[in-house]
Design a protein around this ligand. Structure first.
Ligand SMILES: C[S@@+](CC[C@H](N)C(=O)[O-])C[C@H]1O[C@@H](n2cnc3c(N)ncnc32)[C@H](O)[C@@H]1O
Length: 219
């Protein structure tokens, strides 16, 4: 797979363990395999896509929690939105926010072609604005875009989240750079992890899975 970011600064897990975990994780559906292949054909880099282990983790959490209404920040080509939609009951929905026109077009094409794609609604525009126009409450929020502003989205979604609801934030180890942040993204993500850890409204577990996944539950 073509890569977008440079080599990791800290190897979070042994690459052979990553591969082993992936091979022993449930395979993606035919729709998802097609989505990966067509994303790879259309774009230069597709490593923004959450990948099988995080994708299956999301799917598993959606099923176990019984979530029905999901918000995603950062659609890209639709991988995680379709993964979560596949785990939802027929009357469930994923609302996903994306501002990049090219990705919006590719993702919508994938939603139209996937069996569970009818459960996904994409809202176009900068999530910093569109998040303020959402109606209703959510059972689960997947935070995977606009890494500089994770703390902003956390504060925005907390009032929209049902009690017992979950926020799952991806890339919270940012290639290990959160240990000694030297750029704005690493600083922002480290500040987000600290904010969450100190917030008494939530409990959370930060898993060193792939690039780090923070699973946050509103008490
Ligand atoms: C890591 S990718 C999302 C990957 C996707 N969840 C998946 O698993 O395939 C992050 C996405 O967030 C989008 N994004 C970044 N900042 C945004 C913003 N302020 N508003 C809306 N979308 C944004 C980017 O265009 C990109 O498509």
């Amino acid at each position: 797979m073509k890569k977008h970011r440079d080599k990791p600064i800290v190897q979070i897990t042994n690459p052979e363990i990553d591969k082993y975990s992936e091979v022993h994780t449930s395979p993606e559906s035919k729709d998802i395999q097609n989505l990966i292949n067509s994303s790879d054909e259309e774009l230069q880099y597709i490593d923004m896509l959450s990948g099988r282990v995080v994708g299956q983790l999301l799917k598993m959490i959606v099923k176990i929690s019984g979530a029905k209404r999901i918000l995603e920040i950062g659609t890209f080509t639709g991988y995680s939105a379709v993964m979560m939609a596949e785990a939802l009951p027929e009357d469930g929905e994923v609302i996903t926010l994306e501002m990049n026109l090219k990705y919006q077009k590719i993702a919508q094409n994938h939603f139209d072609k996937s069996k569970s794609g009818h459960k996904v609604t994409m809202i176009h525009g900068n999530a910093q604005n569109t998040i303020k126009e959402l109606n209703g409450t959510f059972d689960l929020v997947y935070l995977d875009g606009d890494k500089l502003r994770y703390s902003f989205y956390f504060e925005q979604v907390m009032p929209l989240l049902n009690s017992g609801g979950l926020i799952i934030a991806d890339n919270v180890l940012w290639d290990g750079t959160v240990l000694d942040p030297e750029d704005r993204k690493a600083e922002a993500i480290a500040a987000f992890n600290k904010l969450v850890a100190e917030d008494k409204r939530v409990e959370q577990v930060l898993l060193p899975v792939r690039d780090g996944v923070n699973i946050i539950r509103k008490i």
